[in-house]
Design a protein around this ligand. Structure first.
Ligand code: ATP
Ligand code: MG
Length: 422
C-alpha cells in the first residue's frame, strides 16, 4: 500500500534503485556504441511549439489527434510536451544551420517523451526513448548502418531473440499510385471498415494496413502490396539495403504491411519486436524521412533514424538477466566517539580516491553496524575502536569469504587502492 498525500500522475512513474542501474547500463552502452559509429549527442528542449509536431507527425495520426500534451503558456502560445524526438531534432538541425556542416551529420538523443495514452503494460504517459538521426545521405549504406547500430546496441545490452522487420513505403513519386491501388481495393468494402479506417480511407489509406480491428484485418487480406508499387529507384534502394543487411548478418523479415504511425516516413521503415512482451511488443522503430528537413524550411536533406523505448527494453532485461546491485568496497565500523571521528577522516580519504566507502554510526552497537555492512554487501569491513587507534593497527575482514588480515590505519587508503590495482 502506498502512503503519503501525493501520487505521481497516472501513467507516470518513478525510476529508482535497483532498476535505475539497468537504465544507466543501457545508456552507457548506447553512448559507447553511438560514439564508435560517429554519432554525437544532441539535447533539445522537452517542450516545443505545437506546430512543430503537427507539421511533422501528421494531423491524422494517433499521436497528434489523441495523444499530445498540449497547453497554452502564459503568453497564450500553444506549446506541446514532445511526444517523440525526431521533430525536435529536425527543428534544431534547420534552426542552427547544421546542414552547413559536412554531411552526413549524425546525432543521438536520450530523454523523456510524453503521450496522453491509456496507461497499460508497456504504455506510459511519460516514457523514455533513446534515438538517433543521420542527416545528409540518401544511400542504403546509411540505412544499413543505422539498423546495424541498433542491432549492436540491443545485443550489446544482452537482448537476443528480437525480431527485425523491414519495409519500404516508397517516395512521393510512387506512393500516389499505391494509394490509388489501395483506394480501389477498399472501395467495395468501405462500409464494413471501422470508423477510424473510413476516415483513413480519404486522409491516409496506408494506415488501414496498420489497423488492429479484427474485421479490418479480415478485409485487407489480399490488399495490394506496397512492394509491388515501388518506383525503380525505391525498389533499387530497398534491394540494396536487404543485401547489405544480409552481408552484415542481420536477420530480418520483410513486412509489407508495416506502415508506421507517423506521416513523415519515406522509403525504408523498420521495427524491432519481442515475443516476450505482451500486446505492446515493439521495442524500437524507425525509418527514412527524406522530405522532413525541407518541410521545416531547410534544404532538401535525406535523413533516417530510429527510437527505442526504454521501459520495454528494461522489462525484457529484467526477465532474462540477473543484476547485481552495486555495493560499497569498504565499510568502517566504529566503536566510541574517537573512532567515529577517525572513521570520518578515513572514509573521506578513500572516497577522494574513488573508492565507495561507508561509515558505521558510532552511537549504535557493533552488531547493528555489522548487520548494515552485511545488508549493503560491503567488500571489506574494518572495525576501529580505542585499541586500534592506540596501536595504529586495524583488522579487516572480507565478507564474501571471511578472509581476515591486519593493516596500519594510516595505510588503509594505499592498501585498498593498490589492492584494487593488483
Ligand atoms: P506503439 O505501436 O507501441 O504505440 P509507436 O508506433 O507509437 O508504438 P514510436 O512512436 O515508433 O511508437 O516510438 C518508438 C518506441 O517507443 C516504440 O517502439 C516503443 O518501444 C516506445 N513507445 C512508444 N510509445 C510508448 C509509450 N506510451 N510508453 C512506453 N513506450 C512507448
Ligand atoms: Mg503509439
Amino acid at each position: 500500500m502506498s502512503s503519503g498525500l501525493y501520487k505521481a500522475l497516472k501513467g507516470m512513474k518513478d525510476i529508482m534503485p535497483p532498476d535505475i542501474h539497468i537504465w544507466q547500463d543501457i545508456e552507457k552502452k548506447a553512448r559507447e556504441i553511438f560514439a564508435s559509429y560517429g554519432y554525437l549527442e544532441i539535447r533539445t528542449p522537452a517542450v516545443e511549439s505545437t506546430s512543430v509536431f503537427i507539421r511533422s507527425i501528421g494531423e491524422d495520426t494517433d499521436i497528434v489527434e489523441k495523444e499530445m500534451y498540449t497547453f497554452q503558456d502564459k503568453g497564450g502560445r500553444s506549446i506541446t510536451l514532445r511526444p517523440e524526438g525526431t521533430a525536435s531534432v529536425v527543428r534544431c538541425y534547420v534552426e542552427n544551420n547544421l546542414h552547413g556542416l559536412p554531411s552526413p551529420q549524425k546525432f543521438y538523443y536520450m530523454g523523456p517523451m510524453f503521450r496522453y495514452e491509456r496507461p497499460q503494460s508497456g504504455r506510459f504517459r511519460q516514457f523514455y526513448q533513446i534515438g538517433v538521426e543521420a542527416f545528409g545521405s540518401s544511400r542504403p549504406e546509411i540505412d544499413a548502418e543505422v539498423i546495424s547500430m541498433l542491432a549492436h546496441l540491443l545485443s550489446g545490452i544482452g537482448l537476443q531473440e528480437l525480431h527485425f522487420q523491414v519495409n519500404s513505403i516508397g517516395c512521393e513519386k510512387c506512393r500516389p499510385g499505391f494509394k490509388e491501388a489501395l483506394l480501389s481495393f477498399f472501395e467495395g468494402s468501405f462500409d464494413e471498415l471501422c470508423v477510424d479506417c473510413r476516415r483513413r480511407y480519404s486522409q491516409n489509406p496506408l494506415r488501414i494496413l496498420d489497423c488492429k480491428v479484427g474485421r479490418c484485418i479480415e478485409i485487407r487480406k489480399g490488399a495490394p502490396s506496397v512492394l509491388d508499387h515501388l518506383c525503380i529507384d525505391c525498389r533499387d534502394h530497398f534491394q540494396k539495403l536487404l543485401e547489405l543487411l544480409e552481408m552484415l548478418g542481420i536477420r530480418y523479415t520483410v513486412n509489407p504491411e508495416m506502415v508506421r504511425g507517423l506521416d513523415y516516413y519515406t522509403r525504408t521503415t523498420f521495427e524491432v519486436t519481442s515475443e516476450n512482451l505482451g500486446a505492446q511488443n515493439a521495442v524500437a522503430a524507425g525509418g527514412r524521412y527524406d522530405r522532413l528537413v525541407k518541410e521545416f524550411g531547410g534544404p532538401e536533406t535525406p535523413a533516417i533514424g530510429f527510437a527505442l523505448g526504454m521501459e520495454r527494453i528494461v522489462e525484457l532485461l529484467k526477465m532474462t538477466l540477473k543484476y547485481d546491485l552495486p555495493a560499497p568496497e569498504v565499510f568502517i565500523a566504529v566503536i566510541g566517539e574517537r573512532a567515529g571521528r577517525e572513521g570520518v577522516r578515513i572514509v573521506d580519504d578513500l572516497r577522494a580516491g574513488g573508492v565507495w566507502a561507508e561509515l558505521g554510526d558510532w552511537t549504535s552497537s557493533l552488531k547493528s553496524q555489522m548487520r548494515r555492512a552485511d545488508r549493503l554487501s560491503a567488500g571489506l569491513v574494518f572495525v576501529i575502536g580505542d585499541d586500534e587507534i592506540q596501536s595504529g593497527h586495524v583488522k579487516w575482514k572480507k565478507l564474501a569469504d571471511a578472509a581476515t588480515g591486519e593493516v596500519r590505519i594510516s595505510g588503509i587508503r594505499d592498501f585498498i587502492i593498490e589492492g584494487k590495482q593488483a
